[in-house]
Design a protein around this ligand. Structure first.
Ligand SMILES: [Cu+2]
Length: 133
């Protein structure tokens, strides 16, 4: 099943601004060794629906950072998540191929990075940048 995110048109309906407004659904896919995520995402409550297309297990970590070069641990095969903790918005633990998992976030305007921190996966290409507007 495919769910489309709401299209942001030019007309503003001005519909009340309820805090209970449903999250914008954003589809993300992971595979060895790429992450596909839309380059632009609207600010507010967002649900990332993350599909792992395998063949390996993958995680997904979301950090607010404009620089796509994230800090590596001394092992040089994983990102230093402790350093990034203050700007980390959310994370999914490793999930098996074929799984689909949700990650709910509240995003403010800015530039963000997503990555997988299984050993070697970030360096293999599992990162992406998106902008929240
Ligand atoms: Cu991975």
């Amino acid at each position: 099943m495919i769910m489309l995110a709401p299209v942001l048109g030019g007309a503003c309906a001005g519909a009340g601004g309820s805090a209970d407004r449903p999250a914008t659904v954003i589809h993300v896919s992971e595979r060895d060794f790429r992450i596909h995520i839309p380059a632009r995402i609207p600010a507010g409550h967002v649900r990332l629906v993350v599909q792992n297309r395998g063949p390996d297990m993958h995680e997904l970590i979301v950090v607010r950072a404009s620089d796509p070069d994230l800090p590596l641990r001394p092992d040089a095969s994983t990102i230093d998540e402790d350093t990034l903790a203050p700007t980390t918005l959310g994370a999914l633990e490793p999930g098996p191929p074929g799984s689909t998992r949700d990650l709910d976030l509240h995003l403010r305007p800015g530039t963000y990075q997503v990555f997988c921190n299984m050993a070697g996966h970030y360096l293999g290409g599992m990162s992406a940048t998106f902008t929240v507007t």
